[in-house]
Design a protein around this ligand. Structure first.
Ligand code: GLU
Length: 523
């Protein structure tokens, strides 16, 4: 990034384009990483906020990096996140096709136009010749040799060879690429919405290949041609693309499209939780949390990387967390539904500095959304888990269980793991509670209290509690004398939600049965 001089002028959102059209343009080279989902999200939020269109373009020009299933993966992942597309490989649209490999014929005429106008040239160098050039330059003290205004004069290209030689080579089918002819010592400027003015001198840029020998454009040419032909108004993408932006600006200029150059917004990096380096795909599950929205199975190795969906995260929580990785609303409000994000989002409130990923915060978001869910919705999710565990219970009962447990849970599965006793009577009893709280007179007291319970006609939580308290009072006992024993006999555990609520929900018959079993087993 040292090539760049980012001036701190606050950029103004120019409004020269009437319709906002943004695109998320992933390359299907593997699963979509958290950073990619955030890019998609910010594009989506910006489109919604401005009444614009959200486009998905699959950038698959690099056939050597094709990964089976990656495109399907990203479409499914975006759907799970609630990021809706207006135009895409699935939804179609008037600017299609939306897969670059299907737009193949579009690019060559533009590359040739650049050659004709003196902005690009054919290069015939073999990989051995390129290696030799690099070695030569290194030996001459150039640490990172490039194909540029200096080295191009010594290479096999249409600037160094005669017109007839170039013609001959092309006609006999020699393999060639097309490179941009980077001018000497020119300043390229762009006003990034997030970073302000970015200025780079072309002396620090190389003659990038824009069209490859396999008949495909490279990312740079395809990206610019597609953004232009798809009428993209704003390019919102990760900071790793900032070094390419000046080249894109030049391509716009050389293709005669300077008037239509989109606005740029390069999003800050997402760092590992300790702030040490970028959170990368390779981090997989190594750091103890998923880096992918949904589970991914590597088609070659069969290795499975976990996803937020399969780990039990709610898409609302995942999205809320992601929105805050780089953006903030300027208030202390933290919980934003997708609709609220669409209303509140602005690129001006996206920070320049990298955002540290905070896994605990992600769990916190999930907890908040879980609590906010209706008992009916939660019951539906919990029923899935119950089914997997061979438990049959009616929706109404499951909903009430969820109501009692949701405050204590981070994931739906916690309600099963921590609340099995709502569905299955305990088979063992927490040893520590027994050791500390089941004293000599406990069995007698519990048994007496059981008789009192039998007489309650309306088995509500309040009535059980009332009866419990008067029993303690009559016997001059403190809470700690009987409550833990009562709890362990119903749940097998030492802790949990209100025991009177649990007992009422289990019902009188089940409560008594469990007390009797505990009285038999404990002692
Ligand atoms: N295909 C590029 C990627 O994989 C797109 C970069 C851009 O948005 O221009 O991220």
């Amino acid at each position: 990034m040292n090539n760049f001089e980012a001036l701190s002028l606050p950029p103004k959102l120019r409004t020269k384009m009437s319709e906002v059209r943004v695109r998320f343009a992933p390359s299907p080279t593997g699963p979509l990483h958290i950073g990619g989902v955030r890019t998609a999200l910010y594009n989506y939020l910006f489109a919604k906020k401005t009444g614009g269109k959200m486009i998905l373009r699959v950038e698959d020009t690099d056939q050597t990096r094709f990964v089976a299933g990656a495109e399907e993966y990203l479409i499914d992942a975006l759907r799970w996140c609630g990021i809706k597309l207006d135009e895409s490989v699935v939804d179609g649209g008037q600017f299609g096709p939306y897969r670059q490999s299907e737009r193949k014929e579009i690019y060559l005429p533009y590359a040739e136009q650049l050659v004709r106008n003196g902005f690009a040239y054919y290069a015939f160098d073999t990989s051995e010749e390129l290696t030799k050039m690099r070695e030569r330059m290194k030996a001459a003290g150039v640490p990172s040799p490039q194909y540029n205004a200096i080295t191009r004069t010594t290479m096999q290209n249409s600037l160094s060879l005669s017109v007839s030689e170039v013609k001959k080579r092309i006609e006999r089918g020699d393999s060639y690429v097309i490179r941009i002819k980077m001018p000497r010592n020119e300043e390229v400027k762009l006003n990034d919405i997030i970073r302000g003015w970015v200025v780079v001198n072309t002396n620090n840029m190389d003659d990038k290949v824009i069209f490859k020998s396999d008949g495909m454009p490279t990312y740079h040419l395809a990206n610019v041609v597609d953004d232009y032909t798809m009428k993209i108004s704003h390019v919102i993408r990760g900071e790793e693309w900032l070094p390419s932006a000046p080249l894109h600006v030049l391509l716009y200029r050389y293709l005669g499209w300077e008037e239509k150059i989109p606005e740029f917004a390069h999003l800050p990096l997402i760092l590992k939780p300790d702030g040490n380096g970028k959170l990368s795909k390779r981090d997989g599950d190594r750091l103890g949390f998923p880096v992918f929205p949904t589970e991914w199975t590597n088609p070659e190795t069969g290795d499975v990387s976990s996803g937020y969906r399969e780990s039990g995260y709610l898409p609302e929580a995942f999205i809320n967390m992601l929105a805050f990785l780089g953006w903030n609303p300027g208030t202390s409000k933290e919980l934003f539904s997708m609709n609220e994000l669409c209303e509140s989002f602005s690129l001006e409130r996206v920070g320049k500095s990298a955002a540290k990923f905070d896994f605990d915060k992600t769990r916190w978001f999930n907890q908040q959304y879980l609590r906010a869910k209706s008992k009916e919705d939660l019951a539906k999710d919990l029923q899935e888990i119950l089914k997997q565990n061979g438990v049959v219970a009616n929706d109404d009962y499951v909903g009430k269980v969820c109501e009692q447990l949701k405050e204590r849970a981070t994931f739906v599965r916690d309600m099963w793991e921590e609340g099995k006793y709502y569905f299955v009577a305990p088979t063992s009893y927490d040893e520590k509670t027994i050791r500390k709280k089941w004293k000599e007179d406990t069995s007698n007291l519990l048994s007496e209290f059981k008789n009192r319970i039998e007489a309650i006609s309306d088995f509500s939580s309040e009535n059980i509690e009332k009866e419990f308290k008067s029993f303690l009072e009559e016997n001059k006992l403190g809470m700690g004398k009987l409550l833990p024993a009562f709890r362990v006999s119903l749940t097998g555990l030492g802790m949990g939600p209100s025991l009177f609520d649990i007992s009422s929900l289990l019902g009188k018959e089940e409560t008594i049965k469990r007390m009797e079993t505990a009285l038999e087993k404990i002692n």
